[in-house]
Design a protein around this ligand. Structure first.
Ligand code: SF4
Length: 326
C-alpha cells in the first residue's frame, strides 16, 4: 500500500546516454541509450521496486537519480527541487539525504578499514559532530541493524555475507537519510538471509521514515517489499502498478513473461501453469529502431508496433502500461 501521496522523487523525461569510445573518431556518434525518456515518481515513505533483465538500465536509472551519474537530459526533482544539473558543491546537502546500499557486500566494504572507520566516513563528511557524538550514533545504528558495539573494532573479513550487508546498511543509515537506493542489495545473499535483510529494511523504513528505490532483476524478490513496481525493458519503463495488481493482473507482454518465469514451488501447480517463454532477438541498445522495443520478442506484435513507440498511459488508478494492446 502506498504510504503517502507526497512525492519525494519525481523524474521527468530523464535520459542517460553513454557515448561509445569509437564514436570519438567516428562521424556518426553512437550512444548506448541506457535510460531513454523515463518519467515516474516515488512517494514519501514508499518502496518502489524497479525490475527488469540484466542490462535493461535499471541500475543506471537508480544511480542517475542519486546523481552518481550526470543525466544526459531531463529533470530529477528531489523534494520539489530539480537536482539534475547541480554541481558537486550544490549537491552536497542532497547527498546527505540520498544514500545507497550496494549489491555486493564483499566488494563494497574496504577490507583495510575497521567497521568503525567505514561507518564513521559519511558521518565525518556530512556532519560537524564530535568524535564522541559520532561514536554514539554508530553504536546506536549498529544495534538497529542487529550488530554489536564490539563489532566496531572488527574488519569486514570477520563477518558473514549477511552481516557485511548489515554493515553497508548501517553506513548508509548513519547520517539519517530520507531516500535509499537499494541496488540489487540482497541479490548476492543466500535466500534465507535475503528474508532477514528484507524484514530488517522494512522495520528500519517505518522506524526512520525512509523511502526506498529497490532495484532487482527478480520479480519474486521485490514483490513483498514493494508498494509499487516499475518494469523496465531496454531503457524504458513499460509498466508501473501497485505490487499486488502487477502480480494478479500484469498487462504488458514482457511483465507477463517475467512473472511466468518465476519458479513455482508446488510441482502440481507448476505442471498446470502456462509458461510464457520469451523468444526472439534482443535488439541492440545502440541502434534502437523505431516502434516498440519489445516487438522482436512479442507474440502479440501488430503492424503499428513497428511504427510507433508506445507511450506509458494510465489504464486504471496507479496502473500504467506502454503497449498498443491497451
Ligand atoms: Fe507487443 Fe506491440 Fe505491445 Fe510492444 S506494443 S508489447 S510489440 S503488442
Amino acid at each position: 500500500m502506498t504510504k503517502s501521496q507526497q512525492k519525494l522523487i519525481e523524474v521527468n523525461n530523464l535520459k542517460k546516454y553513454f557515448p561509445l569510445k569509437s564514436s570519438i573518431i567516428s562521424k556518426n556518434k553512437q550512444v548506448v541509450k541506457a535510460v531513454d525518456d523515463i518519467s515516474f515518481h516515488i512517494y514519501k515513505g514508499e518502496t518502489f521496486g524497479l525490475v527488469g533483465e540484466s542490462g535493461c538500465g535499471k541500475s543506471t536509472l537508480g544511480r542517475t537519480i542519486n546523481r552518481l551519474y550526470d543525466p544526459t537530459s531531463g529533470e530529477i526533482l528531489f523534494d520539489g527541487k530539480d537536482i539534475a544539473n547541480l554541481s558537486n558543491k550544490e549537491l552536497q546537502p542532497y547527498r546527505k539525504r540520498m544514500q545507497m546500499i550496494f549489491q555486493d557486500p564483499y566488494s563494497s566494504l574496504n577490507p583495510y578499514m575497521s567497521v568503525e572507520e567505514i561507518i564513521d566516513e559519511p558521518l565525518e563528511i556530512h556532519t560537524s559532530l564530535s568524535k564522541n557524538e559520532r561514536k554514539g550514533i554508530m553504536v546506536d545504528i549498529l544495534e538497529k541493524v542487529g550488530l554489536k558495539k564490539e563489532d566496531l573494532e572488527k574488519y569486514p573479513h570477520e563477518f558473514s555475507g549477511g552481516q557485511r550487508q548489515r554493515i553497508g546498511i548501517a553506513r548508509a543509515l548513519s547520517i539519517n537519510p530520507e531516500f535509499i537506493l537499494c541496488d540489487e542489495a540482497i541479490s548476492a545473499l543466500d535466500v534465507s538471509i535475503q528474508a532477514q535483510v528484507i524484514n530488517m529494511l522494512e522495520d528500519l523504513q517505518s522506524e526512520m521514515k525512509l523511502t526506498y528505490l529497490f532495484v532487482a532483476h527478480d520479480l519474486s524478490m521485490v514483490r513483498h517489499i514493494s508498494d509499487r513496481i516499475g518494469v523496465m525493458y531496454l531503457g524504458k519503463l513499460v509498466e508501473i502498478s501497485n505490487s499486488d495488481e502487477l502480480y494478479h493482473k500484469p498487462l504488458h507482454p514482457y511483465t507477463q513473461a517475467l512473472l511466468s518465469a518465476i519458479p513455482i514451488p508446488d510441482p502440481i501447480k507448476a505442471q498446470n501453469s502456462k509458461r510464457e517463454i520469451i523468444t526472439g532477438e534482443l535488439p541492440s541498445p545502440i541502434e534502437m529502431e523505431t516502434g516498440c522495443r519489445f516487438r522482436s520478442r512479442c507474440p502479440f506484435a501488430k503492424p503499428i508496433c513497428a511504427e510507433v513507440d508506445p507511450k506509458l498511459k494510465q489504464v486504471d488508478g496507479e496502473h500504467f502500461v506502454a503497449c498498443h494492446l491497451y
